[in-house]
Design a protein around this ligand. Structure first.
Ligand code: FPP
Length: 248
């Protein structure tokens, strides 16, 4: 199977009885989408936020168990201050709307990442969203916010080291499971499929531990143009692969 595929024009055939349980997406290409239209980058993020809403709702509709999206990385703080605040503003706007519409869409939301450096108002909104949506059934949407894969693993290792020192335990006793359950994603299955739109072919510090056996799907469609059909195309492609987890 080729690593990089251009979207075919025919519609994908998806087996809805055997969907991947967990799909993750690197929402990339907002800036280029805006540039091509002569718009400011922030307009690309606004369009990207709309795409996120469409895809999150659709993920629940088709019956995915988990959808994880990369909204803001630990490295994204390096962007110009006005772009960072525009992304934060969109998150705030989206979450406020989401809380209002939650009774209708009933989308369950979680947040992966260190929320402590966020504006207190945004942090409080994340907590509230998490609380309200706890009671909802169906697809859980995980928004990675101030998230980095290396940061996540470092935190888990620090926690284990502190606990082990306190309990006088041997390093040999540390298992993969000890690390897994201390990650932000602790308790949920690893992603089966990771999608990266925009033509970039790298992982960018996303779900480093959890992606050990994930299937990747790359497309040159920019995130604001990503559609329900694109998601189905990625799933159909995934369903034609043979996953061997290191075996034969
Ligand atoms: C990457 O595109 C995108 C981001 C760093 C931000 C993603 C944010 C959103 C989609 C909006 C808010 C999110 C939610 C969950 C409501 P880029 O800016 O790197 O694009 P480029 O590579 O074309 O410059």
């Amino acid at each position: 199977m080729p690593l990089f595929r251009k979207a075919p024009s025919d519609m994908p055939e998806v087996d809805f009885d055997h969907l991947p349980a967990h799909v993750a997406i690197i929402m990339d290409g907002n800036g280029r989408w805006a540039k091509r239209r002569g718009l400011p980058r922030t307009a690309g993020h606004a369009a990207g936020a709309e795409t996120f809403r469409t895809i999150a709702t659709y993920a629940k509709e088709i019956g995915l168990d988990y959808l994880t999206v990369y909204a803001f990385s630990t490295e994204n703080w390096k962007r110009p201050a006005e772009e960072v605040s525009a992304i934060m503003g969109l998150l705030k706007k989206y979450l406020l709307e989401a809380i209002e519409k939650m009774e209708r869409d009933r989308v369950k939301m979680e947040f992966f990442g260190d929320l402590s450096p966020l504006h207190p108002e945004l942090r409080e909104l994340c907590e509230r969203t998490r609380e309200i949506s706890k009671r909802y059934e169906g697809c859980q949407v995980n928004i990675c916010l101030n998230y980095g894969g290396r940061d996540e693993i470092t935190r888990a290792v620090r926690e284990i080291a502190a606990q082990w020192m306190q309990q006088g335990r041997e390093p040999e006793e540390i298992t993969e499971e000890d690390i897994s359950r201390r990650l932000f994603s602790g308790g949920i299955p690893d992603p089966d499929l990771i999608i990266r739109p925009s033509g970039e072919v790298r992982t960018s510090n996303f779900l480093l531990w959890q992606s050990a056996y994930s299937e990747y799907y790359f497309t040159d469609v920019l995130w604001p143009d990503f559609s329900k059909e694109e998601l189905l195309r990625a799933i159909a492609d995934y369903q034609h692969r043979s996953r061997r987890y290191g075996g034969v």
